[in-house]
Design a protein around this ligand. Sequence first.
Ligand code: ADP
Ligand code: ZN
Ligand code: ZN
Length: 665
Amino acid sequence: MQIARVALDVPLRRFFDYRVPEGERMSVADIGCRVRVPFGQRQKIGILVELATDTDIPLAQLKPIESILRELPPLPAAWFRLTRFCAAYYHAPLGQVMLSTLPAGLRALAPPKARPLRQHIVDVPAQPAPLLTCEQEAALTSMAVGKARAYLLHGVTGSGKTEIYLRLIERCLAAGRQSLLLVPEINLTPQLEARVTARFPNAGLVSLHSELGEAARSRNWRAALTGEARIVLGTRLAVFTPLPELGLIIVDEEHDPSFKQQDGIRYSARDLAVFRAHDSAIPIVLGSATPSLESWANANDGTGRYRLLSLRERAFEGARLPLLRCIDTRVDKLQDGLSRALLLAIEQRLARAEQSLVFLNRRGYAPVMACAACGWTSHCHRCAANLVLHLADRCLRCHHCGFEARIPKRCPTCGNQDLNTFGRGTQRIEAVLAERFPQARILRVDRDSAGSRRQWETSVATIQRGEADILVGTQMLAKGHDFPKLTLVGAIAPDAALFAADWRAPERLFAQLMQVAGRAGRADRPGEVLLQTQFPDHPLYAALVRHDYPAFAATQLKERQQAGFPPYAHQAMLRAEAPQMTEALSFLATARAGPESENDPLVIFYDPVPMRLSRRASLERAQLLVESPSRRTLQRFLAGWVTRLEAIKASSRLRWHLEVDPLEF
Ligand code: ADP
Ligand code: ZN
Ligand code: ZN
């Protein structure tokens, strides 16, 4: 009898065996097809992973496959290797990994109807490519065609990295292979999509991201699998797209934390992309103005793991790098959060009809309300966090669980009517600027004002048409858009990250400030960036002002080496959440106390501790960090550990997950 081994989306670390019904013949050519199978009282869609002749299940209990779905080509072998690697590396159930990478439409018993991909009947003329700069030329010459190699392309914003991507895609198309281009944010896809399509109008570019409708996502995914689409542009989940003729992977803004999935299977799409390229023996390019320190180390540690290519100048003629300057706020005292120097600079821009951006990574009006009489503060009752005052929406809002409350007219504890607000968010800065510059058109761009794609696109269009004079924005606005009239950026409160408890905070700060600086000045208008700080001599700012990422990275890496932090150590985080902190901590203590933890001196355990945000949405959260200087040792340990964790009898109210290579602490 033929036995079909099927991967299903269930949290169990095994496959499920089914009988191939009489009259249905299956062959190895069917492996990778979807099948419809009975499961419990219902049916499920699974993936055929193997055909066998025997099984451990008593034959009488073996249920038949309901049907095999052959309308799509089977998933290719490389896709199996990628999902297997992902499951093994992140210690997640393989069936779950496999099924969760399919578009929901292809997992559904009744898939939505999709319109076919637009057919281009007439050839659209392609936009001509510019002549390469010397630096671009040199970088491209170093990238051997078809060679299996990882490249780190380091270049400031505007240095022409995207142009290099386009040239590589061109080569790849000419060689008859498919290209995969990954970007960190959905917001960045339309712009890049337009640019790639203009250059390669007939390559059947498809995009894949979570905001596509289910039908469109299935259709695009299918076009990738059939080979109809030669270029796939997508966010992190697109790393799993089956591409039978894949010849090139590009990861743009490779340092961006958005490449790390933050729930479910916590994978890094960048790291999986590196595996995938290596496994398929094709080139991969990781591009960034501020590479992650992990990638930077890989390119500079002398092992030649990554080849470093640098672009130091902006690509178009006459474009200069923005001029960065610190404003010492001990001298130029802030008024309502703004220095005189910044106000003056904004005034100049207004006079010249240029745009200014005031950058602040904190949304809302003020981060907390408080009563001076009794000490009451606006606190979320479900989280260990403040409720943020949102005047624009007339509410107090928790940024962690979304809880909202009316703004109290008097102190809820003592009745005092004179409540204070502390600190500044984007709304408050917007109000201050409106008062200072009543004639200016001010546009706030943060998750509150531009949370949906449509709002975001409206804001971007407004800015690009020059219909706003002063922009107040969070990091949202820092990413990858050309605003030709923008010549001034003021970062008004960057200091907090310098001394944050999270040792990755400086790396993120540097990247953010570089990125936001990259918005200022293009073409004929040089940009100016003002940093309001109490620590103008801080080495981070000193490197930033010189546009010297390598110097910054070298200092950071030295510190990490001394402290034994990644990339010089490899980490995994076990997190638990439960209604009571004691439950969460005791689970972690049990997890820690197992026999394997004593066996290997190379596996280091930290103490179970409450997380920094120790309560969220009424659940207490704790974490246990495990570390090893050797990735392999850590992986071997985790493989055994996770099985034991699954066997621990814990309260049904307790949830836990394991994250490999955690980014946040
Ligand atoms: P990055 O991706 O590094 O930010 P881009 O590739 O987007 O840089 O290039 C920045 C700007 O310079 C774009 O407007 C692009 O069209 C232009 N550009 C890039 N390369 C060249 C070139 N070789 N000659 C002229 N303009 C170029
Ligand atoms: Zn009070
Ligand atoms: Zn909350």
